[in-house]
Structures are given as C-alpha cells and as structure tokens.
Design a protein around this ligand. Structure first.
Ligand code: FES
Ligand SMILES: [Fe+2]
Length: 344
C-alpha cells in the first residue's frame, strides 16, 4: 500500500514531533508527502501550516515566531496567524492585506508531550493512552527517528510474535521456541486488542527491566492496534508485576519513509530501573526491528487473498489488520486501482 495514494489516511491524527523540539523555533515535517511547518504559538500551543509562504513560496520553516506567537517568513517577513491568514506585510504602509494572502492550516493538538496533526477532518480522535493519566506511571520518551520502511510494515511486525525467535534471538527471543501462542482478539471499529502470553529469555542485562532474575520469564501482552498506524505493546511481567507499556506511532512521511515515535510507561521508580537503563535495553531491540523492516518491500501488500503474506497460523493480527484496512480503503477509497474485494 502506497500511503500517499490513499486520501482517507489524511483523515487521522499523527504524532509529529516532541513538543520540546518546537522550543528551537519553527520545524519542518513531511506528512503523507505534504510539507508542513509546526511552531509553538502564544501560550505554548502548537500550530501547523503548509510549509510554503504564499508570497514567493519560501518555506515558512525557515522563518521565526514573532512576539505575538505568529509565524513570520524568513524571506520578506510576511506573517501568518494559526489559521493561516496573513496578518502583516512589512512592505505595506497600513494598506489592507489581501484576503487571498493565506496559507493552508491544519488541525494541530498537543497530547502525551507530542504535537499531533490531522491533514483533513479526522474520522477518530487522537488515540487514548490511559497510562498517561493513571496513577503510578512515568512516561519516558525513548526514540524519535526516521525509518526507511512503510508504517504498515511496522504495524504488522509489532503484532507478529514469531519474529522474536529470529530477529531478537540475541536478547529476549527464544530461538528454540519459534511457534508463538495464539492471540485472543477483541476487535473494535477502529482497531483491536490482542492478548497473549510469551516466554522470553531474561539475561542479566534485563533483570532490572523485567524486575525478576528468572532465566526464562513470561510476558503477558495486551496489545492494541489503533488504525491506521499506532499501537500499544502492553507488557506485564507477572513474576514482578512490572508494567512495560510501549506506544509506537509510525507516522507516514512518504511512501517509503516513516517517523517512529516510541514512548514508554513504567509503573516502577527511577531507582528500580532508570530512564537510561530503559532506553539502553530497548535500543538494540528497536534497531533489530528497524534493520529487518528496512530490508522488506515498503509497498506492503494488503490483498488478503495473497496467502504468501499470511505466513503461518500465528499471523492472525496481520490478517485482521489487512482486512480492516481494506474495508477502510474500500469504504473511502477514491482510486479504483487500489480497490480490492475482501474475501468471502
Ligand atoms: S516569500 Fe515569504 S515573505 Fe516573501
Ligand atoms: Fe521486534
């Protein structure tokens, strides 16, 4: 699926960048092939416009934020408010600003320490991550980085437990146990929840992460998929009661590139396992996923009749994901080329 060809994907919220990045001034981003600029306005609220000045097309991300929280172009100083209306033309001596002096504006909200953007009217609100407000959790921003793969590849991988024994065999994966247990599903209109239990290796480097010293321990996973490209990895280690809850947002930059945002909620203390230890533990695991996903074809097939993509009986999540995405595309699709009948 080439994401830029599916206009319905513009109708979802995407995590764009950590709010802290906006303290450095206006920032460029490309979302579904569309160049946008984000900045922090008055009161610290994030705003997003198309990254093109309507005067002589300079990128607004080369500009600056003025004292009123508006964004000023770095070329001749034309200044825009958060609705995209030009509010100042420094070269004019008080003459009216033409009403056509306007730049496309996008919905932009702050949530979970991130700026989120929806290009067109959203079909769904920003996904709910309940650990954000539940007592006893701390939030750790782990990774913010570009991957050369597609977000569907990232999503299918994140529910595909059969890759643990191979891709992650040098840390938690059990090479001799390649057949994962089945998931129990609870689908909803905009995704699903999938529960399962996974035995994992627990080398000394992970003892403080898992909260236990058993050689092999168990993860109780309650994972969630939020259509189209966000997921919860809801890991509880029953031996210790430690929660290791990861959220991944695979924000589509263009057809072959995504921005991975990964943050973690833990129900333990900094003394029990420090922020740096938690980043260091998940770093090589995330690199292993990235390495194998960047070796796949970014144009992920979503035709559920193509059995090669349904590689084994444990691949229920990938199949369900494809079925639901097909329904979304067929319900909202504009291009016949990408219409595929769901199987009987
Ligand atoms: S190009 Fe932006 S003010 Fe001239
Ligand atoms: Fe993985």
């Amino acid at each position: 699926m080439l994401v830029t060809r599916q206009r319905v994907l513009r109708r979802f919220w995407y995590a764009i960048m950590p709010m802290a990045k906006l303290d450095e001034g206006p920032q460029p981003f490309t979302l579904l092939g569309e160049p946008i600029v984000l900045w922090k306005g008055a009161g610290g609220k994030p705003h997003a416009l198309r990254d093109r000045c309507c005067h002589r097309t300079a990128r607004l991300s080369k500009g600056f934020v003025d004292g009123d929280g508006n964004i000023a172009c770095g070329y001749h100083g034309w200044t825009y408010d958060c609705s995209g209306q030009c509010v100042k033309i420094p070269q004019n001596n008080g003459t009216a600003i033409p009403s056509r002096a306007v730049v496309q504006a996008y919905r932009c909200e702050e949530r979970y320490g991130y700026a989120w953007v929806a290009l067109d009217e959203p079909l769904q609100p920003i996904p709910e991550f309940p650990e954000e407000t539940a007592p006893g959790y701390r939030r750790i921003l782990q990774f913010y980085e570009r991957w050369e793969t597609s977000p569907l590849r990232m999503m299918e991988n994140s529910f595909d437990n059969s890759h643990f024994s191979f891709v992650h065999k040098s840390n938690f994966g059990l090479f001799d146990n390649p057949k994962p247990s089945k998931y129990e599903f609870r689908p909803n209109e905009w995704g699903f929840e999938a529960q399962t239990h996974v035995p994992v290796r627990n080398p000394p480097a992970s003892h403080r992460v898992t909260g236990t010293v058993e050689e092999v321990t168990e993860r109780h996973l309650t994972n969630r998929w939020f259509m189209p490209f966000a997921r919860r990895f809801g890991c509880v280690y029953p031996a210790s009661g430690v929660h290791h809850i990861i959220y991944n947002c695979a924000t589509p930059i263009d057809d072959r590139t995504l921005m991975l945002s990964q943050w973690l909620y833990r129900n333990d203390s900094e003394e029990a396992c420090s922020t740096q230890e938690l980043i260091d533990w998940d770093r090589p695991i995330t690199d292993e996923d990235r390495d194998i996903l960047e070796a796949t074809d970014y144009d992920a097939c979503i035709d559920v009749r193509r059995q090669q993509e349904c590689h084994m009986e444990s691949d229920q999540p990938g199949l369900l994901m494809r079925r639901m995405l097909l329904k979304l595309l067929n319900d909202h699709g504009e291009s016949e080329v990408f219409r595929v009948e769901t199987e009987a």
